[in-house]
Write a protein that binds this ligand. Structure first.
Ligand SMILES: *Cc1c(COP(=O)(O)O)cnc(C)c1O
Length: 460
């Protein structure tokens, strides 16, 4: 075939465009149950295959009811983020090119896009300019990558090569986390061969921040290699650990300080939020997401390491058939990520940064924070209790008690004007609002507040 039939791409484009045009008005939750979705999707394995256009139409039809409106302006569940239009389009290109971003030779453009995106990211987030970056699936893998680099470095300091010798017989590594560490820190520790029973917890304050004196006490008892995990952006409150102080304490004991900054690290892009995240660059590694606050499509995470040689030592592999670049300036992404063959997720990151610029990124983050403040003000005025200090994009709300709050959340989810979830805070159920989507406006917050308040007013 010498002319490409683009009717499938046209079809996908039409469905995608219709979906996005209506994203502000659809019921924000998914409409279809598992049974309904299975009744349409779970056919007997096709013997000879359906026509591609029919397959696409079927997916589009079932998708219409089975997707959540998380791309839209009134989705406040978890910390999800949306997608800037340019990143969706850049992603389409990357998929059409079907590049394997594993090594320079499999896709020179993907490699150079990552190189440049790395430089821009370090500038935007104001992290040490020599830091290395791995483009991974999300903050789970970013935490894992950074902690693998940490494991390498602290054991090398104790005269042990963990990549060659493994952990059996290795000097014990002390692992220190805040009491509010995200679950992905815990699973990263498990994946790296550290049992969860080895984790020592540091006390956190009322907002979920690590208490420096508590870290000092924990480390005072410990000798030998140690890794400390701090957090910038608590998933419930948005609070930020005092990283500069923690880094001083950790470094005085020769420990590695890691930062889980899945969304909170982006506060470093804003001048107005800067005081909150001053000193965060004193850490040794930082994990963050691009698919949350940078608003690129899923999946996209970033692992930064201030010690590139440890990062590379933990990740790099070699094999006779691989053609690594003889030019050392050329980037072989496999040196920086646990994945081998990999989707070229750098394109969307590059497109987001280039189209927003430094000012645009700051503006998206700042607007989300302002809208979170607005939520808190409107709900508090109406009699709800705001449980956290709203320093970023997260708001914790309680209506009377945990039980009533749980019912309010259920009714809000049924109503569909907006979507949000719940959490436990202070031993009771709380409503959790996260504003992370570039589309959300003041009007969306006002409209959602009305829906939440009318759900709260109906007592059962
Ligand atoms: C979202 C989040 C993670 C996990 O990130 P994924 O992208 O879902 O892998 C880790 N830590 C924090 C603080 C988060 O908010």
């Amino acid at each position: 075939m010498n002319s490409y039939d683009d009717s499938l791409l046209q079809l996908a484009r039409d469905h995608a465009a219709r979906f996005l045009a209506g994203i502000g008005e659809r019921h924000v939750g998914a409409r279809a149950s598992r049974d309904e979705l299975r009744s349409t999707l779970a056919l007997p394995l096709p013997r000879s295959g359906d026509a591609p256009a029919a397959v696409l139409e079927a997916l589009a039809a079932v998708g219409e009811r089975g997707v959540t409106g998380s791309a839209g302006p009134r989705y406040f569940g978890f910390v999800i983020g949306g997608s800037l239009p340019v990143t969706v389009a850049a992603e389409w290109l990357a998929v059409a090119w079907d590049q394997n971003a594993g090594i320079h030779v499999t896709s020179p453009v993907a490699a150079v896009v990552e190189e440049v995106a790395r430089e821009w990211l370090l500038e935007v987030l104001d992290l040490p300019r020599q830091a290395s970056v791995g483009f991974v699936t999300g903050c789970q893998m970013a935490n894992t990558t950074c902690l693998a680099a940490a494991r390498h470095a602290v054991l090398r300091g104790a005269g042990w090569n963990v990549e060659e010798e493994g952990l059996i017989g290795a000097p014990p590594v002390h692992l220190v986390v805040g009491a509010e560490a995200h679950v992905t820190i815990i699973s990263a520790m498990r994946l790296l061969g550290f049992g969860t029973k080895r984790l020592r917890e540091v006390d956190t304050d009322g907002e979920g921040r690590m208490v420096p004196e508590s870290l000092e006490r924990v480390l005072a008892d410990l000798d030998g290699p140690a890794i400390v995990c701090s957090q910038v952006g608590n998933v419930n409150t948005g609070s930020i650990d005092p990283v500069r102080e923690l880094a001083e304490i950790a470094h005085a004991k020769g420990a590695w300080l890691h930062v889980d900054g899945a969304f909170g690290l982006w506060a470093r892009a804003c001048r107005d939020r800067r005081a909150l995240v001053e000193g965060v660059d004193a850490a040794d590694s930082w994990a963050t997401d691009a698919h949350k606050w940078l608003n690129v499509p899923y999946d996209s995470g970033l692992a930064f390491c201030a010690h590139p040689e440890s990062h590379r030592a933990a990740m790099a592999v070699t094999a006779a058939y691989l053609q690594f670049s003889p030019d050392v300036r050329e980037r072989d992404a496999v040196d920086w990520t646990p994945e081998f063959s990999r989707r070229a997720r750098g394109f969307a990151v590059y497109a987001a940064i280039r189209s927003l610029g430094r000012a645009g990124i700051a503006e998206v983050v700042e607007r989300c924070c302002a809208n979170a403040k607005l939520f808190a003000a409107l709900l508090e005025e109406a009699g709800a209790t705001i449980l956290n200090d709203v320093v970023l994009n997260q708001v914790l709300v309680r209506f009377d008690d945990g039980e009533h709050t749980r019912r309010v959340i259920e009714r809000v989810q049924e109503d569909g004007t907006c979507w949000l979830g719940g959490t436990e805070w202070g031993g009771e159920h709380a409503m959790r609002i996260s504003v992370s989507n570039w589309r959300t406006t003041r009007e969306d917050v006002e409209r959602s507040t009305e829906a939440i308040l009318s759900a709260a007013a109906v007592r059962v």
